[in-house]
Ligand binder design. Structure first.
Ligand SMILES: NC(=O)c1ccc[n+]([C@@H]2O[C@H](COP(=O)([O-])OP(=O)(O)OC[C@H]3O[C@@H](n4cnc5c(N)ncnc54)[C@H](O)[C@@H]3O)[C@@H](O)[C@H]2O)c1
Ligand SMILES: O=C(O)C[C@H](O)C(=O)O
Length: 334
């Protein structure tokens, strides 16, 4: 922490020097994500951690000529402590991916304890860092991290994020394919959570409000189940890694831009949200303005079509169960 503070005080680009930690850095997502974070000029210190191979990934990435240090650690020699100490942003893609026929919830039994243990280390060594969770099932792993940080008395709801950016990228891409347009000019807001029916694209707020019903239905289904396309195509070798690395790097970059005090940094994210708290749903993804303290503003959903209202109702039922499952896991397995 001290070294980060000193760096900020004496560096000429004082507010743009950040330490970023990637936990699970040797994996299918972790490696390209680490590469992309090395290319981010706000990152001055990149710390990579994995139970295997992270020093090798760090050595490799460190040859890329941007002005940041890269270190890699495994559990030996207090590697997790060294990775996390002084981190401003911790990105967590550690955990197993799906195989064909599995739901994200099927990963819970393996990934819940991985994420819980990493969250404990975050609570101990980087309690004021922003934390971005990629590990699935995101609808449950984010509540797990919240419960762990609460139990350590360091939970800051403004700094915990479930990364749902891949749904947003897919929505733009798939809509542009249907319309024959440039995805860069097809923004789509996606809200809810990150699995199947909890992924709710708000196409009525896009440029294309009046898609034919069969086109609309197919597009919504593709956005909700886009992850399955990749899992099926990889045929047992994992799920989305490269598109996810791009999505994770975009989200991380937005968090850093927010921390640096840049204006109008808005990304959808699965956060501790007031939107449906009165219905018992503590986390929900919607557009979030990011600022120096993390979450600055959580935006409402805006005007919805009847079909979207219906999807939100369905999403809330599943989300309530996914969130409770994560919270209950930490209660039973502290
Ligand atoms: N949020 C999203 O949109 C999104 C998208 C794609 C994948 N995912 C999820 O991301 C996770 C990782 O996917 P992947 O394809 O990179 O998997 P992977 O198996 O290729 O990599 C996972 C890495 O995590 C490491 N790991 C396992 N336990 C660890 C621990 N305790 N500490 C540190 N590292 C540990 C492994 O060694 C491995 O290198 C999966 O759960 C997957 O479902 C989420
Ligand atoms: O589909 C998966 O299991 C990985 C990820 O959540 C995705 O959306 O690609």
């Amino acid at each position: 922490m001290l070294s980060t503070i000193a760096k900020r005080q004496f560096s000429s680009s004082a507010s743009t020097a950040y330490k970023v930690a990637v936990l699970g850095a040797a994996g299918g997502i972790g490696q390209p994500l680490s590469l992309l974070m090395k290319l981010n000029h706000k990152v001055t210190d990149l710390a990579l951690y994995d139970i295997r191979l992270a020093p090798g990934v760090a050595a490799d990435v460190s040859h890329i000529p941007t002005n940041s240090t890269v270190t890699g650690y495994t559990p030996e020699d207090n590697g997790l402590e060294k990775t996390l100490t002084g981190a401003d942003l911790v990105i967590i893609p550690a955990g197993v991916p799906r195989k064909p026929g599995m739901t994200r919830d099927d990963l819970f039994n393996t990934n819940a304890s991985i994420v819980r243990d990493l969250a404990k280390a975050v609570g101990d060594y980087s309690p004021s860092a922003a934390v971005a969770i990629i590990s699935n099932p995101v609808n449950s792993t984010v509540p797990i991290v919240a419960e762990v940080l609460k139990s350590k008395g360091v939970y800051n709801p403004k700094k915990l994020f479930g990364v749902t950016t891949l749904d947003v990228l897919r929505a733009s891409r798939f809509l542009s394919q249907v319309q024959g347009t440039n995805p860069a000019s097809e923004p789509v807001t996606v809200v809810g959570g990150h699995s199947g029916v909890t992924i709710v694209p708000l196409l009525s707020q896009s440029k294309h409000k009046d898609l034919p019903k069969d086109t609309y239905d197919a597009l919504v289904h593709r956005i909700q189940f886009g992850g399955d396309e990749v899992v099926k195509a990889k045929d047992g070798a994992g799920s989305a890694t490269l598109s996810m690395a791009q999505a994770g790097a975009r989200f991380a970059s937005s968090v850093l831009n927010g921390l640096a005090g840049e204006n109008d940094v808005v990304e959808p994210s699965f956060v501790d949200s007031p939107l449906f708290k009165d219905e018992g749903i503590e986390f929900f993804s919607s557009k979030v303005t990011l600022g120096p303290e993390g979450v600055k503003t959580i935006h409402g959903l805006g005007e919805l079509s009847a079909a979207e209202e219906e999807m939100i109702t369905t999403a809330k039922e599943t989300l309530a169960k996914n969130i409770a499952k994560g919270q209950e896991f930490v209660k039973q397995n502290p």
